[in-house]
Design a protein around this ligand. Sequence first.
Ligand code: NAD
Ligand code: IPM
Ligand code: MN
Length: 371
Amino acid sequence: MASVYWPANWNPAANPGTRPRRIAVIPGDGIGPEVVNGGRQVIQHIMQIDPTVQLTMDEFPWSSAYFRAHGRMMPPDGLDILRDYDAIYFGAVGDPALPPDVPVWGLILPIRQALQLSVNLRPIRYFPGVRSVLKELPADGLDIIIVRENTEGEYAGQGGWLFPKTPREVALQVAVYSRPAIEQVVRYAFELARRLHKRCTSISKANALNYAGRLWDTVFEEIGRDYPDVKRETVLVDAAALYLVMQPQRFEIMVTPNLFGDILSDLGAGLVGGLGLAASANFNPAGGVPGFFEPVHGSAPDIAGRGIANPLAAIWAAAMMLGYLGYNAWEEKIVQAMATLLAESDVKPVDLGGHASTQDVVDALIALLSR
Ligand code: NAD
Ligand code: IPM
Ligand code: MN
């Protein structure tokens, strides 16, 4: 049975065919280690009950604490170390005591950019039992997949300063939109839409972004013509934010430039229970590099250290990683266990209005997997 996100013949691993599959674990900062610990326990449990699941997990302490000790977020050969893995399981980085770009540009963005993880998949799914801010949910629930371009746009890291630290200072943040990157993410989105028989909506801003937006729209139209069986539409990002709140059923697959995808994925998560339930997969559809799996949320300093973070986003990301590595049945079982937990169990994490600790939620999920 193929995973939802990858075609049946998908063989993404950096080392195709080798066993065990090798996972690099980077817990990071704040609630990152708390939720990644939950995901690891789930994976360990699966390995105990199913000997066909053969994985190794090596943990790397790369984080803001590592930065304090070593002056960098990861060692100089960190990216080369990661290239040898089949997948990377990541928590979050971010430390209120550091400038906000330091952890991010020291770890997560170089991983996405240098490993050319051109696609970031972010499912927005409503699980029955979760309190939604939407007064009326669409009758058939909500199941949107955001397909986010993941290496460029405003995130290209290009720009600079004019007259820095003077009253006339100017900051330049250049948005990079390249045809190859747009083609890759748009083609992936259409392939996914075709496989799932869903509509494909491009989110752009070609009215104001007269260069980048035009290139994005042109590529979307060109590639869309190769998929006459897939219904396609282009929606401006401001209207898309409105429709997500007021008519979310309008969307099935959304393909977006990097920054719009970042913002809309938090918005979408907010519609269906919050960031505690939002998972993501970063990967290159051409394969050859490790996939990178993480919750959508950050280090959440406001709740870190209290043992109350919702681990389900990180656990769902671990499930996506298992699907990516070929253990599709376990991906489905974990998501099914999440659905059962949210619909039927009294064990509810604090962000969903309950009182359960992170570990309570992990234990309850593992118990459901053992049934
Ligand atoms: P955040 O995602 O960390 O938190 C936003 C809100 O959601 C907070 O109120 C938080 O308590 C809540 N929340 C998030 N995850 C939760 C969970 N699993 N369970 C319960 N509640 C949860 O975003 P922020 O506060 O804007 O950023 C904090 C730091 O994280 C910043 O340094 C930022 O740069 C960084 N960040 C990192 C990543 C990443 O590493 N992938 C992603 C987003 C933000
Ligand atoms: C996310 C995060 C990152 C992003 C940050 C940490 C750079 O917010 O994964 O959504 O903007 O992509
Ligand atoms: Mn984000």
